[in-house]
Write a protein of this length. Structure first.
Length: 362
């Protein structure tokens, strides 16, 4: 019987998908069950945008279906649309309060929105449904970390770890990072090092270990950890970026630039990466390259005040006083209470007047 069902699914579902794609605009001829099969197939393939139409059709047929709301929430979450996902997931949880997955997905959508207090409530509800499952404990712990409560994160992540028969490297990595945020650097390094032993091919664990070493000022250990991450995943752009930051902090500018440029191939619009690369070029006196990267940073993220301030300094060093003043005024508008920037603006305005350049307005 099971074999017959498998054969039916393999034969019938592709026919359903083909029929749906040909006649979806007509929005007719499909049962609720068929629409859910089609949507689930799209979701299984990662075709989240395509899953929306059959789910919306299913919702029109039955607006009180917890499963339809849950799958819509899942699709919107995967599409990075948490504001659209949350109401569907909240409805699914209300309709089916004993559904663990609905509460987990609701918590994750709220995390994506930055609504950490509401996310914690969703995870508490998931735990009340089944306190023996690790996922809700782990997500709750990481939400505490995002919400600025590392001690609570450590407590909850330790609880999650206690539910496992065998240690999990990913969970240990989360705990190690939370321990570092809580100020227990030695325990963090010990936990992350143990995670690295458990998962010898895991780049992320080694990246987090590098972050902890760098935060403690252990430059050599941090660089070694980042290199270890990059050996396992050459495309780990954050490892390359943070290696560059560590090298730049140690005054090793040429190596830092090389590492930043490696990261840039994967993160060309990362304003903070561009800012770091611009600063490092400026430290070497490469003013043209510095301006190029800092200009790209503010184009990508116009409200990034540190990039505007650094751009002003580079332009002043290049004798572009008018351009420097414009950039510095932009930084001042973003940080109106910064007395240092205000003083720099006043200094440049005075210099502009003395040079006969426009000193008022932009």
């Amino acid at each position: 019987m099971a074999s017959d069902i498998g054969i039916t699914a393999r034969v019938v579902l592709p026919i359903l998908l083909l029929a749906f794609s040909a006649s979806a605009a007509a929005a007719s001829g499909f049962t609720q069950e068929q629409l859910l099969q089609i949507a689930s197939s799209y979701l299984d393939r990662g075709q989240n945008e395509e899953a929306l139409q059959p789910l919306r059709m299913a919702l029109e047929a039955d607006s009180q279906s917890a499963k339809v709301h849950r799958l819509l929430g899942l699709a919107f979450s995967r599409l990075d649309r948490p504001a659209d996902a949350e109401p569907h997931l909240a409805k699914a949880a209300r309709l089916e309060p004993g559904n663990y997955e609905a509460w987990i997905l609701l918590g994750m959508a709220r995390d994506l929105k930055g609504s950490y207090g509401d996310a914690l409530q969703a995870y508490r509800s998931a735990i009340s449904v089944d306190e023996s499952r690790v996922c809700a404990w782990r997500e709750k712990g990481m939400t505490h970390l995002l919400d600025g409560s590392p001690n609570d994160a450590v407590r909850i992540l330790r609880k999650a770890s206690s539910l496992l028969e065998e240690p999990d490297a990913g969970l240990m990595a989360d705990l190690g990072y939370a321990l570092a945020a809580a100020g227990d650097g030695d325990a963090a390094v010990k936990t992350l090092s143990r995670a690295a032993e458990i998962a010898p091919r895991d780049a992320e664990v080694r990246f987090l270990l590098g972050r902890v070493h760098a935060g403690a000022g252990r430059t050599d250990e941090a660089i070694a950890a980042y290199d270890s991450a990059l050996e396992r995943d050459g495309d780990h752009s954050l490892a390359a970026m943070h290696k560059g930051l560590t090298l730049a902090g140690a005054g090793r500018h040429d190596e830092a630039i090389q590492s930043f440029e490696r990261a840039l191939t994967h993160r060309p619009r990362d304003a903070r990466l561009r800012t770091a690369l611009g600063r490092t070029h400026a430290s070497k006196g490469n003013l043209a390259q510095a301006e190029e990267h800092l200009s790209a940073a503010v184009a990508s993220e116009p409200r990034l005040a540190p990039a505007w301030r650094d751009l002003a300094r580079v332009r002043e060093a290049s004798n572009d006083r008018e351009g420097a003043l414009k950039a510095l005024r932009r930084a001042a508008s973003l940080l109106p209470g910064d007395e240092t920037i205000a003083a720099e603006v006043a200094r440049l305005e005075k210099a502009a007047r003395e040079a006969g350049l426009p000193a008022d307005g932009e």
